[in-house]
Design a protein. Sequence first.
Length: 140
Amino acid sequence: MTRARTAALVPAAALLVAVLAGCGQGAASQEPTKTCTDSKASSGLTITLAAPCPIRGGESATAHITVKDSSGTAVKNATVKLTTDMPAMNMHGGDQTATASGDGYDSKIVLGMGGDWNVTVQVSGGSTSSASAQFTLSAK
């Protein structure tokens, strides 16, 4: 190959490397994370689930749950559990117990693969009666 041809290929190769680098995981990690929030009423409580959306299948994320009584006061010292299921594939994704965090509770959530998942939040103890609410999250 002649020097002229080699010299002409160097800028093209550099451009190709830059474009491919922009398509890698580094670019994906810079995308802003959207949070989806939904609330359900159950047994006099309002249970709100906030989670990144879409969640990437197989990756861990953090869901934030708030529980409020009928007067709008946050319920403290409750036991909050999350259960994930994928009805289309008859899969049980697991159970997690949330920990107190700020105005509510945080829980790890893993949706094993892409698709729609049911997330059931169960609340018990504290100064309230037991309640549960079911939410649907989509994994990518």
